[in-house]
Design a protein around this ligand. Structure first.
Ligand code: PLP
Length: 452
């Protein structure tokens, strides 16, 4: 099994061929299948003797692969799509084949050094200080959780009294992963700050909420989460206003830019992020709007020592990697073993240069603005939220929930586009999330026409 054979060589070449073909062409959207359909096509694949390389690869190419949607399709506008560069994809193949362990400096110094340069680019865009740093984790969920754990540990260390219950300030639009981390994993309380007319948290609303709180609840607050690009409507909270309140209260400011943080690279929207330089922690997912493959979240701390104090694991067998002054990614998040998941992003940045990133993000913003215009002048549509970034929230006048569902199914069935319903202020609507620089205004026109 471990000895490399001529058969391995042949299949490795076929897999490379398959990857090159997918990278060069435009993959179809494809479609989900039911468990019964898939089982009928694959039969049992895990057997005593194995089904062999050819059959396993055939099943992927003919059955399993086509049952996975092409999230990087130009007209895949659901959730937050992903549009990795060619270089980031093929470097991901190299990362897998090299099997780099990048949990520690001792084992993965070269990988960690390169990842840290990519992190530094993001830290500079955000205006974080020279000493800022962190690591790449699996996604925004793990990034948010790790940052909030560091925040709570800091509060535990520095406070002289214990609150009845720890608490974190959020809004209704704060991502579900933050709420899950706070409520379920950390058993802390959520203090919901009312959003403005577009759902943004402002410093004034945060202060007003604090002023109206039971002092016992207020006493438990250790952090506030500002969202730099809400997932559903793509607007940026009033980070500077929130930072001022957090600073006055001694709270940790975490900025969740999992989706929208990429906007830092685009001069046309950069002012929306003012105040992010004051964050204690910040995340952005390169697998969302920074053109890297799944899965990678850049997690940055203003003061990495605070993260180390929360996350460094101690055990006799780990002591050899815990060397003063060495940058161990495992010190900054809840994970130990780690794939060098920031490397595909780093390679792509190194290959194309940061100007290309700025232009690609601006390109998606330009198409979004043109899309907003298209919706404004389409009589049967209504633009529900003025966009800050690259999400358009749209009502089809006269449609109910089942009309939206039927439309989504039809577009996917005809392999035209993948656009799902969402809700805004309790009402069903749809949204276009545009992170792919290949998406054109003609693509949006095609989808808009399908709603007539
Ligand atoms: C997507 C998203 C997350 C979660 O990130 P994952 O990479 O899916 O774990 C968190 N916050 C925001 C604002 C997001 O858009």
């Amino acid at each position: 099994m471990h000895a490399y054979t001529a058969d391995d060589d042949r299949i490795a070449r076929q897999i490379t061929e398959y990857c090159l073909e997918r990278l060069a062409g435009e993959a179809p959207l494809d479609r989900p299948m039911t468990p019964a359909q898939l089982q009928a096509e694959t039969g049992e694949t895990v057997t005593d003797q194995g089904i062999g390389r050819d059959e396993a690869l055939r099943l992927w190419a003919d059955v399993l692969g086509p049952a996975c949607l092409s999230v990087d399709h130009r007209r895949y506008l659901s959730f937050i799509p992903n549009a990795p560069t060619k270089a980031s994809c093929y470097f991901d193949m190299l990362v897998a084949a090299s099997n780099v362990y990048s949990g520690s400096w001792l084992e993965g110094s070269g990988a960690v050094h390169a990842e840290n340069q990519a992190l530094r680019w993001i830290a500079d865009l955000a205006g974080l200080p020279e000493g800022a740093g962190g690591t790449f984790v699996q996604g925004g969920t793990v990034g948010n959780l790790s940052a909030l754990v560091a925040a709570r540990e800091q509060a535990r260390r520095t406070r002289t009294t214990r609150p009845a219950q720890w608490a974190v300030c959020v809004t209704a639009e704060t991502h579900s992963s933050v709420k899950h981390a706070v409520r379920v994993i950390m058993d802390a309380e959520l203090v919901e700050v009312p959003g403005d007319e577009r759902g943004r948290m402002t410093g004034a609303a945060l202060q007003a909420t604090l002023d109206g709180l039971d002092p016992a609840v207020a006493d438990g607050i250790f952090a506030v989460v500002a969202t730099a690009g809400t997932t559903n409507v793509g607007v940026v909270d009033d980070i500077a206003g929130i930072a001022a309140v957090a600073h006055a209260q001694g709270w940790w400011l975490h900025v969740d830019g999992a989706y929208g943080g990429a906007g830092l690279a685009a001069p046309s929207v950069r002012p929306l992020f003012d105040g992010v330089e004051l964050a204690d922690s910040f995340i952005v997912d390169p697998h969302k709007w920074l053109f890297a493959p799944f899965d990678a979240c850049a997690l940055l701390y203003r003061d990495p020592a605070a993260a180390r104090a929360a996350h460094t694991q101690h055990a006799g067998y780990l002591d050899p990697v815990t060397v003063e002054g060495e940058w161990n990614p495992s010190d900054f998040a809840i994970q130990l073993t780690r794939r060098a998941r920031g490397l595909p992003f780093w390679f792509s940045l190194a290959v194309y240069g940061t100007d290309a990133y700025r232009e690609a993000v601006e390109q998606t913003l330009t198409i979004t603005r043109a899309g907003a215009e298209l919706i404004r002048r389409t009589p049967y549509l209504r633009l529900l939220v003025e966009p800050d970034l690259s999400v358009l929230v749209i009502e089809r006048i006269g449609w109910n929930a089942s009309d939206y569902t039927a439309w989504t199914a039809r577009l996917l069935d005809e392999q035209v586009a993948f656009v799902t319903p969402t809700t805004h202020r309790g009402a069903v609507c749809t949204r276009f999330a545009i992170v792919n620089p290949l998406t054109t205004i003609e693509d949006l026109e095609l989808i808009v026409a399908s709603m007539a």
